[in-house]
Ligand binder design. Structure first.
Ligand code: PLP
Length: 454
């Protein structure tokens, strides 16, 4: 018998995340074998621009030998140790020190975990623990926005505001309050300016907090730029106005920087790009350029103080993951941060960002395109059936998936979120590579347009 291919073996063995499992049996997987720079290669040797840096994470691209070396050296020296019950190791300490030094607002301590979901889940648990510490056990409701993405554990999937993460899972849960998604193009009133829209959203948020009771609302979670919800860049003035409401009712702000952190928006953190003063920040993805699983939660004294007190009173802070602060992941993250600093990743991002943003904006004239948006090296193209009315396509047409499939045939891997196609290439991408990637995407758009008007 001939050897079975990886694709055939996959279909018989792998349960795939974010996949139609029945359809997968028929179409099978794309098998990726290796990568170099901003490209990955399949089994047949075809190359693809990775237009989403994998899952918004591979900021330094593929084949960064310094990260390989950092991992190998740490594996030889100390492949595993943990941070439970007063133990530590140097890679974890160095990483936490570096993150505190980089923090855009004063932060007290860093908790290390393995994924973005775990970091956000930990933030939720700290909120509950702190409420007990402060003698306010009812102040545990959390506000998250429509179209938010904060992870997929039971609790963080409840924060996530996308139907696919709730449907058939029995989610969300009662403690989550859903706030509006700040997408001006879709949800502003006719002739409402960005500032006016932001003011209205802040007023609506205040009304929600008052309705729930400020003594029951603990925190507001927000991605500076909403990623998986379709790359929603906040309207002008949004975060300062929201922050003023949160401050008024003693509601903590958690900035989910899992995508925006480490240069994606043109500053080191999205927090800085949009004028946010968070009490907690969650980080992952670019933290290790995706080379090793690791995440971090930074907390300020307002959070850490009561949490530390409570642990002293009851005897332990009873939370932690076996792989939290894994030495190999931490060593890779430290090396990643060194590379960002040495190569001035922010200068690189800001040098090429206009090529991406202007290139996306140039698609506004295309018959399928309703809006293009973005900042730094994250962006999106939203496809519409009717430009004037902004009417979406019939969902059965699967226009986003169709364009993405055509782009893949032209050697570009992208992701559709409904009718929105997202772009978040590795931060090391050159101007020339961005132009090539967008040219291929343009061909895909034209072909999809030709198909549906035929
Ligand atoms: N938060 C944001 C903003 C994300 O984009 C993601 C993942 O895409 C997460 C949290 C969850 O991270 P993970 O998939 O590592 O659990």
């Amino acid at each position: 018998a001939r050897n079975r291919t990886t694709a055939e073996r996959d279909v018989d063995s792998v349960l795939h995340p974010y996949t139609n499992l029945i359809r997968h049996q028929e179409v099978g997987p794309l098998v990726i074998t290796h990568g170099k720079g901003v490209k990955v290669f399949d089994e047949a040797g075809r190359d693809y621009f990775e237009g989403l840096a994998g899952l918004w994470c591979t900021s330094l691209g593929w084949g960064e030998e310094r990260l390989v070396e950092a991992a190998a050296a740490q594996m030889r020296k100390l492949p595993f140790y943990h941070l439970f019950s007063h133990k530590t190791h140097d890679p974890a300490v160095e990483l936490c020190e570096r993150l505190l030094a980089m923090a855009p607002v004063p932060m007290s301590k860093v908790f290390l975990a393995g994924s973005g979901s775990e970091a956000n889940d930990t933030a939720l648990k700290l909120i509950r623990y702190r409420a007990h510490a402060l003698g306010q056990p009812n102040k545990i409701k959390v506000i998250a926005r429509d179209k938010a993405y904060h992870g997929v554990t039971v609790a963080t999937a409840a924060l996530t505001g996308l139907p696919n993460n709730h449907r058939s899972f029995g989610l969300p849960v009662d403690e989550v309050i859903r706030a509006a998604c700040p997408h001006h193009y879709r949800f502003a009133r006719p002739d409402e300016s960005e500032e006016a829209y932001s003011s209205r959203l802040a007023t609506e948020l205040e009304a929600q907090i008052l309705k729930e009771g400020p003594d029951t609302v603990a925190a507001f979670f927000a991605e500076p730029v909403m990623g998986a919800g379709g790359v929603i860049v906040p309207p002008a003035g949004y975060f300062p106005k929201i922050q003023a409401v949160l401050d008024k009712y003693d509601v903590l702000l958690v900035a989910d920087e899992v995508i925006c952190g480490f240069g994606r928006t043109g500053k080191m953190f999205g927090t800085e790009t949009f004028g946010i003063r968070p009490d907690m920040m969650t980080l992952a993805k670019g933290l290790s350029s995706g080379y090793a699983p690791i995440s971090a939660l930074m907390v300020n004294q307002r959070v850490y103080g009561p949490v530390a007190e409570e642990s002293g009173r009851i005897g332990v802070f009873g939370h932690g993951y076996t792989y939290g602060g894994h030495p190999v992941s931490a060593a890779v993250a430290v090396e990643t941060l060194k590379i960002y600093a040495e190569r001035d990743i922010l200068a690189q991002v800001n040098a090429v960002a206009p090529v991406l943003q202007d290139g996306l904006a140039a698609f506004r004239g295309h018959p399928l395109v309703g809006e293009t948006r973005g900042v730094g090296l994250i962006g999106a193209v939203e496809l519409v059936a009717d430009k004037a009315s902004k009417a979406p396509f019939d969902a059965a047409l699967g226009i986003g998936a169709r364009v993405v499939a055509k782009a893949q045939a032209h050697g570009v891997i992208l992701r559709a979120m409904g009718d929105t196609v997202a772009f978040a290439p590795p931060l090391i991408i050159s101007a020339e590579e961005i132009r090539d990637l967008l040219r291929r995407f343009g061909q895909a758009l034209d072909e999809a347009h030709g198909e549906i008007t035929r």
